[in-house]
Design a protein around this ligand. Sequence first.
Ligand code: SAM
Ligand code: SF4
Ligand code: SF4
Length: 372
Amino acid sequence: MADKVIAVADHRYRASLPIVPTQLVAPSGDLRDSLHRPLGDLRISVTDRCNFRCSYCMPKEVFDRHYEFLPQSSLLSFEEITRLAALFVAHGVGKIRLTGGEPLLRRNLERLVAMLAALPTADGAPLDLTLTTNGSLLEKKAGALRAAGLGRVTVSLDALDDAIFRRMNDADFPVADVLRGIDAAERAGLGPIKVNMVVKRGTNDREIVPMARHFRGRDVALRFIEYMDVGATNGWRMDEVLASAEIVDRLGAEFALAPLPASAAGETAERWRYADGVRGEIGTISSVTKAFCRDCNRARLSTEGKLFLCLFASHGHDLRGLVRGGASDAEIAAAIGLVWQGRDDRYSELRGSASQPRPTGERRVEMHYIGG
Ligand code: SAM
Ligand code: SF4
Ligand code: SF4
């Protein structure tokens, strides 16, 4: 038998130390990139580990027992995360999403939530603090997260049918436990809850209408996400993508839908309500067929403190290097400013076009590492 090859080990470490400018300009609360997009949203991956093995994200063949996850010493501590988050907030970030990996696997996450919830924002408005989870531990943790200051949650759920769900999470995890997690989050006041379903043609697309039927009548925004070509391990194929337009057609055949306006700047979803006035919301996130890079205000901080400017980036900016190297807040803030000002990423807009960036030979980072 051939030796086991660990396919994705060292790409995680490809990052450069950001330049600290000699003139330290203090954050103004309105930082723009080279395409004039503001920095508004920070996603923080608190762990690269997960108890699921969704084939579109962490396929079991790669992320098996031989795979080396990051050692504890590589992870940013809660104090380091909070220090960096405060600098992003000073630059204008108003929304922070904790993600991973599975964020609820990080021990004492409530402590981090409480530290982040206390951050003052640039304009004095409350920070929109949220978390994306697979829901497996949510029933147990919803109350404590809410008490610590978490505002709301997004739960990923790819099917209601137990057999399809178990196949998709590839960890034999039952759907009933996630549904109980969603109920617990609702009771704890972590709403309005979003439920994200990644749609793979031929795998779970027959669950689209049952999912809508299940959540109709509740204060839940159900969002259908096009299966994306993130990372380098999920064997993505265009023929497994079900375009949002087709998803909306299938839903429209069952329910009368009325379009809703975008809820916030940088909003990634197109949204509908039920025309008959029943509670609930439908959204589609068309990352493949209708790119939204033009409004992309998202930065991602990896589990080990590297800043990524795009979900499809292959190169990060090593903020942990600055933090652990003794840089001051003013120096790190100025370095973040310079990195964002130079940003010109718009992968999804260019995907498949003549001006698509040439492959650099660098491997794209995996989503569980930089945070979805
Ligand atoms: N483990 C948590 C969860 O599943 O909610 C948080 C991390 S996960 C990487 C964040 C989101 O990314 C999930 O909603 C997941 O469905 C989505 N995701 C992962 N891989 C994807 C892909 N290839 N295409 C579209 N969405 C994907
Ligand atoms: Fe885990 Fe979330 Fe990725 Fe699924 S999508 S493998 S739950 S990190
Ligand atoms: Fe933002 Fe990159 Fe996604 Fe475009 S491809 S929306 S720039 S993360």
